[in-house]
Design a protein around this ligand. Structure first.
Ligand SMILES: [Ca+2]
Length: 320
């Protein structure tokens, strides 16, 4: 059975289009009706296959911090296949490293295209598999992709999960260190549900901490969820990391996270993961609204500044 499951093949390099075909295993009940699962990892204008969608990440003041690139599989026969179904399957068939590399290249091409069009997305986060970090040449690959797209290293963030560092002296840690040295930042994804120790976290070259979405659900109603979230924010702050909360759905959750000192929020409260055209529309709308709000704030501050400052200066002249 295991042999039968490894009948996939990969043709071509990560620069698409790439056709990947593999046969359904009989025990995969999700796809029982499909005699063969076939998907194509293709360039953006190719029919079907993988696409990246982008979910906005906003700082607490409403300015754009970046976006997370999330893979979507739109299959000609099966329709939209959610990542919860195709990622475990891709892991099983040994395709997950290729999806990470493809996402990296696709995201960089997209950032570059946005910048050429005058849309500034400060940073895009790409989800990488622990398997990607077993590749000692990953740092060089990242450098080459950035250079091909004329991007500085701070345009990119690589998200890793706690599983990447299960072995103390693994290739993964050396790869992470090489990536840090190149100036590309690393983010610890889904933090709070795995088993990595805090001392290990402190040793890792990670600049961002993402609080697992599971804590958001109950943050307003359960003292334990709030306490864990507060603790994670403190850990991140103490280690000088940017703390990002994902899965934020309500304004109440967003306000609570702001009070806790969380730096960035991501979730339905702002927008779901959006296709490229939808993300561009969202960004244009947000920039217009945020720009207006920021100008109004500036006008208010300047009006408030004028009177009290003049009074203060005249009432309390300070010695030089
Ligand atoms: Ca992620």
């Amino acid at each position: 059975m295991a042999q039968a499951c490894r009948c996939g093949h990969v043709s071509g390099e990560t620069r698409g289009p790439i056709d990947i075909s593999f046969f359904q295993c009989r025990y995969e009940s999700h796809y029982r009706r499909a005699p063969r699962i076939q998907y194509r990892v293709a360039q953006r204008d190719h029919a079907g296959g993988l696409r990246l969608h982008y979910q906005p990440q906003l700082r607490i003041d409403g300015s754009v911090y970046g976006a997370e690139a999330l893979a979507r599989w739109q299959d000609a026969v099966l329709g939209d296949v959610p990542p919860s179904k195709f990622i475990p399957l891709a892991e099983e068939y040994g395709l997950i490293e290729m999806i990470g590399t493809w996402s990296l290249r696709e995201a960089c091409q997209q950032i570059s295209a946005w910048r050429r069009a005058g849309l500034h997305v400060p940073c895009v986060s790409v989800n990488m598999s622990p398997i990607n970090f077993q590749n000692p040449d990953l740092a060089e690959l990242v450098r080459n992709i950035l250079s091909e797209n004329d991007l500085a290293p701070d345009a990119l963030m690589l998200e890793v999960t706690e599983g990447v560092v299960m072995c103390e002296h693994s290739t993964a840690i050396e790869t992470m260190e090489k990536i840090r040295q190149s100036g590309v930042r690393l983010s610890m994804d889904d933090f709070g549900t795995g088993y990595s120790s805090l001392s290990r976290l402190a040793d890792l070259p990670v600049r961002e901490l993402k609080i697992d979405r599971s804590f958001m659900r109950d943050i307003e109603s359960q003292a334990s969820a709030l306490a864990i979230t507060r603790a994670i924010v403190r850990v991140g702050q103490s280690l000088g990391m940017t703390v990002v909360a994902e899965g934020v759905e309500t304004d109440g959750q967003r306000r609570l996270l702001a009070e806790l000192g969380c730096d960035v929020t991501q979730g339905f409260v702002h927008a779901p993961a959006l296709s490229v055209p939808d993300f561009e529309h969202w960004l244009a709308r947000h920039m217009a609204t945020y720009g207006e709000a920021a100008s109004a704030d500036a006008r208010q501050m300047s009006a408030a500044d004028d009177k009290p400052t003049l009074k203060l200066v005249s009432a309390n002249p300070r010695p030089h």
